[in-house]
Ligand binder design. Structure first.
Ligand code: C5P
Length: 298
């Protein structure tokens, strides 16, 4: 067992994500689905404080069961798969809404695994592969940034982060039980597409082009429209001036993307009350916790 001791406290920022496109391509025999999606870290953060302590200590935030808490499962995965034990008190502060399609729990887990990899000197791609055991979005959050994700969402290819991109995200107050499984379960082969639009969007990002709204699709849009709260949020964003509105992941959060903060703020200001929590945010680069970790190892 390799023990990690901290020279100083570390504050990690665990970003939310949006999917700049998400096409479900096929259902596999094991029940999982093949996807082509572009994941983008955004500046809405949970914070994970690691405080030097004689032994590992973690108390989950109120309302989160320790055993279903992905952050705690990440700590255990690091021990079991990599023999890494953190001697620290872990404090998690939640800001990303739960089960909203914004990847909050996955980010807490992936961000911590990325940090443990850096602190223990484990190759990040090994940790990314192991992270898939915790959920399809967890490998992405080991490094974050912008990435094309294929397979079940765990095969990652980093992309250039589009410059000057701002988001208005609306998270409706809606709880869909077993949301991700339910939304995938509601898809029929008629919903499936070939992933070409999202791959073309990825190629355009690699060339440094701006986001083309005509290439931005999310397979879950028609299914999510069945929920009034989601339809209201989509319609409200359009009425406030948004051109393209997409769900993030399997929803229920929806977002628009614009080229400047002032445009995002103006759209957010025009949204009616009562449609859910509204966030204005921008892109976050890959390995965004690197300097915080550098300071901790001295
Ligand atoms: O991997 P994650 O825990 O996010 O997946 C939750 C559920 O969503 C899975 O149990 C599965 O039913 C569905 N899913 C899927 N295909 C994917 C990802 C998730 O069918 N690529």
């Amino acid at each position: 067992m390799k023990s990690i001791e901290l020279a100083a406290p570390v504050r990690l920022r665990a970003p939310a994500k949006v999917n700049l496109g998400l096409e479900v391509v096929a259902r596999r025999p094991d029940g999982y689905h093949e996807v082509v999606t572009i994941l983008q870290s955004v500046s809405l953060f949970d914070t994970i404080d690691l405080l030097p302590a004689p032994a590992l200590r973690y108390t989950p935030p109120a309302g989160l069961e320790r055993e279903s808490d992905l952050l705690w499962r990440a700590v255990r995965l690091a021990e079991e798969r990599f023999g890494v034990r953190l001697r620290a008190q872990i404090r998690l502060e939640k800001h990303i809404p739960l089960a909203a399609g914004l990847g909050g729990g996955s980010s807490d887990a992936g961000t911590l695994l990325g940090a443990l990899a850096v602190l223990a000197g484990i190759p990040l791609d090994e940790v990314e592969r192991a992270a898939a055991a915790l959920g399809s979005d967890v490998p992405f959050f080991v490094r974050g940034g912008t990435a094309l994700a294929t397979g079940t969402g765990t095969d990652l290819a980093p992309l250039s982060t589009p410059p000057n991109v701002w988001f208005v995200v609306v998270a409706p107050d809606l709880v869909i039980p077993a949301k991700t499984a339910a939304l995938y379960g509601a898809l029929t082969p008629d919903h499936f597409t070939d992933g070409v639009a999202t791959r073309r969007l990825a190629a355009a990002l690699e060339r440094g082009d701006t986001l083309d709204p005509d290439l931005m699709h999310n397979t879950f849009t028609p299914v999510l429209r069945e929920w009034d709260a989601v339809s209201r949020a989509i319609d409200a964003l359009h009425a406030a001036g948004a051109q393209v509105v997409l769900p993030s992941g399997a929803g229920p959060s929806v977002f628009t993307v614009v080229p400047a903060q002032a445009v995002a703020n103006a759209i957010a200001d025009r949204l009616p009350a009562g449609i859910g929590r509204v966030y204005v945010c921008t892109t976050v680069a890959r390995d965004s916790n690197a300097s915080a970790l550098q300071a901790a190892v001295g």
